[in-house]
Design a protein around this ligand. Sequence first.
Ligand code: SF4
Ligand code: SF4
Length: 345
Amino acid sequence: MIFRIIKKEDLARLHELLAVNIVVGPVLKGYDREGRPLHDFDRVYDFAELALDYRLTVHSAKRFVLPYRETLANFKVEGAGWQKEVPSGSDTPLVLFGLHPCDINALNKLDLVLARSVYPNPVYVEKRKKLFIIGLDCAPAPQCFCRSMGADIALHGFDLFLTDLGNRYFVEVLSAAAYGLLDQIAGREPSGKEHRLYKQITTEKRKRFTTSVDTTDLTKILDLEFGSPAWAHWGDRCLSCGTCANVCPTCYCYGVEEHIDLTLKKADKTRSLHSCNLVDFAKVAGGHNFRPESATRLKYRYYHKHRGFVEAFEESLCVGCGRCGIACLADITPPEVIKSVRGEE
Ligand code: SF4
Ligand code: SF4
């Protein structure tokens, strides 16, 4: 890895150089009832729109690489048969500007399933190839427990990573494209003092987490506590709204639907992201629902994230961003659920 120092004002130049692409970054969307700012990722046309001081966005940037709904194929009758047409995605590269470590790590986890598994998702793979990621260090929000999930630091999966040193940025450069870009900006090598300052800032960040989750032997605990009353306690509160999966940067389960036009001459096939908490998630043809109760569905979500995914990839499918707990109308948060399943509450 190569390290550089750039001045704060050079970030606008960096944006200018990248503006020929589709640039997405954190944007101020409004304020909540307590007057706290609400940020979300959106397309950015002007550097001034970027709210780089954000703490946590409502949604992650997942939807820009894994949309909630996308057309897989269109069909139309031509002659005696059906013609299939697969929509081609945009050729313009996508720049994700200002991703925090949790969201970079979330994309790394999605890669394991959607790009590096036995059955990769070709649409995702194409989008991922055209992605340029600028990471940004952050101050933990009260709900963040990314440190517990080992996702508070991004070691790979970005092109550039910026850490605020006051009036300048300490830049980690990972890709050749990023190196070429920085060449056009008057950067310099960091001094020994700046190396120490960078280490001091990252160490101090670790001390600022106020929420944590004990993940020790969690897969075993989950096996032991499959019948725990904690699942019914939390599951009965669950409204089965699916909001947690909607805001989650790592949820990727989906359903595929085919729609046939009334003229019987056109059809399309779409893929939509699903949520394992929704009532019909485990409903199969014939109408049988394998998980009719909200408690079994909630339990399944936790077992997928903290048990099944660990077994498959040796890491959890949760980065501890805290978004699901903030968005949940029933106040169901992973730290509290895991604590009670462990028998600590
Ligand atoms: S957001 Fe909360 S209430 Fe809605 S499905 Fe998720 S856990 Fe249940
Ligand atoms: S499960 Fe919740 S805390 Fe974990 S990554 Fe998803 S939204 Fe973030």
